[in-house]
Write a protein that binds this ligand. Structure first.
Ligand code: THU
Length: 127
């Protein structure tokens, strides 16, 4: 049994910059060689410039030369209590980005358990 990355994701969530929505998200993406990349959502006054926590983790990892991933853990909510108890499902854009690098059985851990990527994104776009 792998260690839970929920505490690490909750710590990453503390770095979220979300003054407009008040909804803070944290993600931990683990590479196949065991390195962790954390991400958080970063909002902008030009709202569409906002980046989600999951994509900030993927882009950090890929920018540093990592493209092979073992799992991702995601937490989010307006309050710490919500983040610890209510699952924060990744948005379609983040699932599409994960599908670029990860197989259908890639495990996505939320506070309600583990979901394979194919459950949350059964039909990713393919060029
Ligand atoms: N958000 C994420 O960080 N990940 C998702 O998968 C969906 C939503 C962020 C974006 C925005 O800052 C806030 O949550 C509310 O939509």
């Amino acid at each position: 049994m792998q260690n839970s990355h929920i505490p690490k994701a909750l710590a990453a969530r503390k770095n979220a910059y979300a003054p407009y929505s008040g909804f803070l998200v944290g993600a931990v993406l683990e590479t196949t060689d065991g390195k962790c990349f954390c991400g958080c959502n970063i909002e902008n006054s030009s709202f569409s410039m906002t980046i989600c926590a999951e994509r900030s983790a993927v882009f950090a990892a890929v920018s540093q030369g990592y493209r092979s991933f073992r799992r991702i853990t995601i937490v989010g909510g307006k309050t710490d209590h919500d983040a610890e108890h209510i699952p924060c499902y990744p948005c379609g854009a983040c699932l599409q980005v994960l599908a670029e690098f990860c197989p259908p059985d890639f495990p996505i851990t939320l506070v309600d358990g583990v979901h394979p990527l194919s459950e949350l994104m059964p039909t990713a776009f393919q060029l």
